[in-house]
Write a protein of this length. Sequence first.
Length: 108
Amino acid sequence: MGVTKTILRNGNGVDRPIKGDEVIIDYRGCLYDPSRSTQYNMGKQFDSSQDRGEFKTPIGIGKVIRGWDEGVMNMTVGEKCILTISGDYAYGDRGFPGLIPPNSTLVL
């Protein structure tokens, strides 16, 4: 599957990050739960920038999961979206012990 992007608010439509740019991401990370027909199938929350504070990272160079690298590189400044990221573009077979089971689809 890879990454599916659902736009909630359009950005400026012009300014996209360039590989290696530092970006600030405001996010809420949840496990995908197909039994939830609302909230974009958001299941159990495992992380949030609102809980941890501002999240800055270089993008497009493998510092974050592949789904974020690809999804954020296709956003423009000010855009708000939901990224649904398949397990192979997230934490894969290893998962993230204690938080994310192996091969989990994530909703961010």
